[in-house]
Design a protein around this ligand. Structure first.
Ligand code: NAP
Length: 248
C-alpha cells in the first residue's frame, strides 16, 4: 500500500523532524504549514535530496474549508491520505489564569483542539474510501502540559492539550474495531520556535536543569516516537500515550 502522510505544521520543529523521518521510512509526505513557505520548502527540498517524495501545502488548519481543500489537494498531488500526524499547535504569551480574557482562551482552544478533530474527520474519509483501513493510523501531538497544568504560563494551552488526550482515547475507541489506530505523544520541553510565541525563546534552557534528565529534548526525539506509533511496529498499540518529557 502506498503510504501518504499528512503532517500538520510540518514545516518547523517537531513536524519538520517527523516529515524527514517518515520520508526515510517510505511515506510520501504532505508538509502542511500556515505561512512560512520558506521553511516548508526547505523541508521538502531536504526530503527530495534524500530520494524521498514530499510536497508542501499551505493551509490554515483553524479554517474548516481550508482543511477540506488541503486534503483534496493532497489526494490530487500525492494520492489518498493513509496516515495523519495531528501536530500543528500554538502558544500564547505567558500569563496567569486571573489575567486571561475569554477571547484568548477561546483562541487557544480553537487553534489547538478543533483542527485535530477536523483533520482527522477529513483524513478518515480518504482512509475509508481508498485504503485497507487496518493499515492506517493517526498520531496526535499533545503535551506534557496536559498533566502538568502549565501554572503561571498558559493553563489554557494545557487544558487544550488535555482535550487532545481525551480526543485520543475517544477516537481510538471509535475506530478500534476497524483496526485504525490512534495514539498520542506528549512532549515536554523541546528546542523549537514555539517558545518564542509564548514570549520566552530561551524557555527550554531555563527549565532544562529542573528536568530529571537535566536537558531539553530535540525535535528528532519526539519524531522517533511519532514514527514508531504510526508504523506497523506499533500494530497492537491504540489509545496510548508516549511521554517525551525528560522524566517529568
Ligand atoms: P513550532 O516549531 O512552533 O512549529 C509550529 C508549526 O505549526 C509550523 O509548521 C507552523 O507553520 C504550523 N502551524 C501553526 N499554526 C498553524 C495553522 N493554523 N495552520 C497550519 N499550520 C500551523 O511548533 P513545535 O514546537 O514543533 O510544536 C509542534 C506540536 O508540539 C504542537 O502541537 C505543540 O503544542 C506540541 N508541543 C511542543 C512542545 C515544545 O516544547 N516544542 C512541547 C509540548 C508540545 P508556519 O511555519 O507556517 O508558521
Amino acid at each position: 500500500m502506498k503510504k501518504v502522510v499528512l503532517i500538520t505544521g510540518g514545516s518547523r520543529g517537531i513536524g519538520a523532524a517527523s516529515a524527514i523521518q517518515l520520508a526515510r521510512q517510505g511515506y510520501q509526505v504532505a508538509v502542511n504549514y500556515k505561512s512560512n513557505h520558506a521553511a516548508a520548502a526547505q523541508v521538502v527540498a531536504q526530503i527530495r535530496a534524500q530520494g524521498g517524495i514530499a510536497d508542501s501545502f499551505a493551509a490554515d488548519i483553524c479554517d474548516e474549508a481550508q482543511v477540506i481543500q488541503l486534503c483534496e489537494d493532497i489526494k490530487s498531488q500525492l494520492g489518498p491520505i493513509s496516515h495523519l500526524v495531528n501536530n500543528a499547535g500554538v502558544l500564547a504569551t505567558q500569563m496567569r489564569v486571573e489575567d486571561m480574557t475569554a477571547e484568548r482562551i477561546n483562541q487557544m482552544l480553537c487553534a489547538n483542539v478543533t483542527p485535530y478533530f477536523i483533520c482527522a474527520r477529513e483524513v478518515l474519509k480518504q482512509i475509508r474510501a481508498y485504503h485497507q483501513v487496518d493499515k492506517c493510523a493517526i498520531v496526535n501531538v499533545s503535551s506534557a502540559a496536559s498533566y502538568l497544568g502549565s501554572a503561571n504560563e498558559y493553563v489554557d494551552y494545557a487544558a487544550a492539550k488535555g482535550a487532545i488526550d481525551s480526543f485520543t482515547r475517544g477516537l481510538s475507541l471509535e475506530l478500534a474495531s476497524d483496526g485504525i489506530r490512534v495514539n498520542c505523544v506528549r512532549p515536554g520541553c523541546i528546542y523549537t520556535d514555539i517558545h518564542a510565541d509564548g514570549g520566552e525563546p530561551d524557555r527550554v534552557d531555563r527549565l532544562a536543569s529542573y528536568l530529571p534528565l537535566q536537558r531539553g529534548g530535540k525535535p528528532e526525539e519526539v519524531a522517533n516516537a511519532i514514527t514508531w506509533l504510526l508504523s506497523e511496529q506499533a500494530s497492537y498499540a491504540t489509545g496510548t500515550f508516549i511521554d517525551l518529557a525528560g522524566g517529568k
